[in-house]
Design a protein around this ligand. Structure first.
Ligand SMILES: [Zn+2]
Length: 135
């Protein structure tokens, strides 16, 4: 059975990041759908979820590698952009407990200073402008 499956999958594209994402997105849609009280919206989410699953299966069994590779690259471009943005946001919110970010009043440079030091004079590392802030 296992052998037959691997023979069946030979030359086919198989799973990639886009397929995995489609399956997870479909699951999220199906779970979220439970909480939506509007039948038309529920129906649309359901159809979209089924569409995602069908598309991911189609891609896994596809023999057109070039086209599937292109789709995956296209997906990764946007996915990495979102991930980059999200990681930056996470890092900033982790720093918020220990640091404060100020903008230099003259050159708009972001300056990170430790929290809880009271009123301090901050010197901009870029333009050397000094300003007073409460940390
Ligand atoms: Zn400055």
């Amino acid at each position: 059975m296992r052998e037959r499956f691997s023979r069946f999958m030979q030359g086919r594209h198989g799973a990639d990041q886009l397929s995995n994402f489609l399956v997870i997105a479909a699951l999220v849609l199906v779970v979220l759908e439970i909480f939506i009280p509007i039948p038309r919206v529920r129906h649309a989410m359901n159809s979209l979820g089924v569409g995602f699953i069908l598309f991911s299966y189609f891609r896994m069994f596809s023999r057109n590698h070039a086209r599937r590779y292109e789709e995956n690259e296209w997906f990764l471009k946007y996915y990495n952009r979102v991930r980059f943005w999200w990681n930056g946001k996470k890092a900033r919110s982790a720093q918020r407990k220990t640091h404060r970010i100020f903008k230099c009043p003259s050159c708009r440079q972001s300056i990170r200073v430790p929290k809880g030091k009271g009123k301090i004079a901050i010197t901009c590392p870029k333009c050397r402008k000094e300003f007073i802030k409460r940390t």
